[in-house]
Write a new protein. Structure first.
Ligand SMILES: Nc1nc2c(c(=O)[nH]1)N[C@H]1C(S)=C(S)[C@@H](COP(=O)(O)O)O[C@H]1N2
Ligand SMILES: [Mo]
Length: 323
C-alpha cells in the first residue's frame, strides 16, 4: 500500500502555489534520499526496511482544491484501480505497461503552446497556465470504448476558463490537442502502434462546455504519470480515447482536426465518439460496460449519463452517422 507523505499532509494553505508544491516535492525527494542513507543503521534497520518505509514521493497533495459541480454520487474506484489499468500507448499497448514504464517520465518543466485562432497566442509554463484558476474536484464517470468504466475524482479546471484567457476569435470552430512527442522518454513512440504524436479534437462548443475539464490530478493529488501527467483532457460524455494525455499543444482552428484513433481505424472511431449504447463498435457491443473492480456488467447510459447536460449540443444531428 502507498503511504501518504508527511509533507503532503502539511500542504494545507490555499495560498501555496502549484510551483511551490513542485519545488517542495523535489526538495523532499532529496531529503528522503539523505534521510534514508543516514538512518540505515546496521542491525537496527535493514536497507530493505528503510526502502519499504519510504513514502512514494510522487504522491503529493494539491493545495486549495474546492468541490466543483457535476460530481456523480456513484462510488469512486480505488486509487489503485485508477492508476494500474491504463491506456497510454506512448508507454506500451498493455494496460499494465503505463504504470511500470512511465515511472521516470519527466513532467516538469512543462510548456503548453496555445496557438491558431486566438487573440493572444503563446507558449506558457504549466504552473502559469494553472495558477489563475481554482482547482476543482469533479467525480466523473469515465467510459472506455473497450467497454470498461470507472469513477474518478479528478482535480482540474474547466477548459473554457483556460481558452477564454487566450481570446478565441470568431474563426475558432474546433480545438486541436497534441501530446508530447519524445520517443526517448516514451518508448511506445518507437513503434508504429499509432501515428505519433497522439492528437485529438473537440468542436468549440464541446470544448467550452462546463463539464469539459483540464485535469492536473486525481484523489486530491498531483496527476500520476500513467494517467497523463502533468495535464490531460477529460470529456466525460465521450469514450476515453478523446481524453488526451500529457498535452503540449492546443490549437484553435476553423477546420475539424484529425484524431489519432480515427486516422488509425476510420470505420471504428469517428470524430464525435459520444458514448452511445445504441451505436455498437463494429467488433463489439457498447450497450454494457464492466466497472473496474466489479464482476457483473452494467448498462451504459446515453452520453455516459451526462445527457441532461450535453444532449442539446447534438440536437438535430444523426448520432449514428456522426459516431
Ligand atoms: N496521449 C494519449 N492519450 C490517451 C491515450 C493514449 O494512448 N495516449 N489513451 C486514451 C484511452 S484509449 C483511454 S481509455 C484513456 C485512459 O485514461 P486513464 O489512464 O486515466 O484511464 O486515455 C486516453 N488518452
Ligand atoms: Mo480507451
Amino acid at each position: 500500500m502507498l503511504i501518504k507523505t508527511r509533507k503532503s499532509s502539511d500542504v494545507q494553505s490555499s495560498e501555496i502555489t502549484l510551483k511551490s508544491v513542485f519545488l517542495e516535492r523535489r526538495k523532499f525527494m532529496k531529503t528522503a534520499a539523505v534521510a534514508g542513507a543516514s538512518i540505515a543503521v546496521p542491525g537496527l534497520l535493514t536497507p530493505q526496511s528503510v526502502f519499504a518505509a519510504k513514502p512514494d514521493p510522487k504522491r503529493v497533495k494539491l493545495p486549495g482544491v474546492i468541490k466543483g459541480p457535476f460530481s456523480t454520487k456513484e462510488a469512486p474506484n480505488s486509487y489503485d484501480d485508477i492508476t494500474s489499468y491504463n491506456n497510454f500507448y506512448e508507454f506500451g499497448t498493455g494496460k499494465r505497461d503505463p504504470k511500470r514504464r512511465a515511472k521516470k517520465f519527466k513532467t516538469q518543466p512543462w510548456t503548453v503552446k496555445i496557438e491558431g485562432d486566438v487573440g493572444k497566442p503563446g507558449a506558457i509554463g504549466f504552473e502559469d497556465l494553472i495558477k489563475p484558476h481554482k482547482l476543482e474536484e469533479r467525480v466523473y464517470r469515465f467510459r472506455c470504448v473497450e467497454a470498461w468504466s470507472m469513477v474518478v475524482p479528478w482535480v482540474g479546471i474547466p477548459l473554457a476558463d483556460v481558452l477564454k484567457r487566450f481570446e478565441p476569435t470568431g474563426n475558432a470552430k474546433f480545438v486541436a490537442f497534441e501530446t508530447l512527442h519524445d520517443p526517448k522518454q516514451m518508448p511506445g513512440q518507437k513503434r508504429n502502434s499509432l501515428d505519433w504524436p497522439y492528437v485529438e479534437g473537440l468542436r468549440m462548443d464541446e470544448a467550452m462546455h462546463p463539464l469539459t475539464l483540464l485535469a492536473v490530478g486525481l484523489y486530491g493529488e498531483v496527476m500520476p504519470n500513467q494517467n497523463g501527467a502533468p495535464i490531460r483532457l477529460i470529456v466525460p460524455w465521450k469514450y476515453g480515447f478523446k481524453s488526451i494525455k500529457s498535452i503540449v499543444k492546443i490549437k484553435l482552428q476553423e477546420k475539424m482536426p484529425p484524431t489519432s484513433w480515427n486516422q488509425q481505424a476510420p470505420r471504428e472511431y469517428g470524430f464525435y465518439s459520444n458514448v452511445n449504447p445504441e451505436v455498437n463498435h463494429p467488433r463489439w457491443s457498447q450497450s454494457k460496460e464492466r466497472r473496474l473492480g466489479k464482476f457483473l456488467k452494467q448498462k451504459t447510459p446515453m452520453l455516459n449519463g451526462y445527457a441532461d447536460e450535453v444532449a442539446s449540443l447534438y440536437a438535430g444531428m444523426d448520432m449514428k452517422k456522426n459516431f
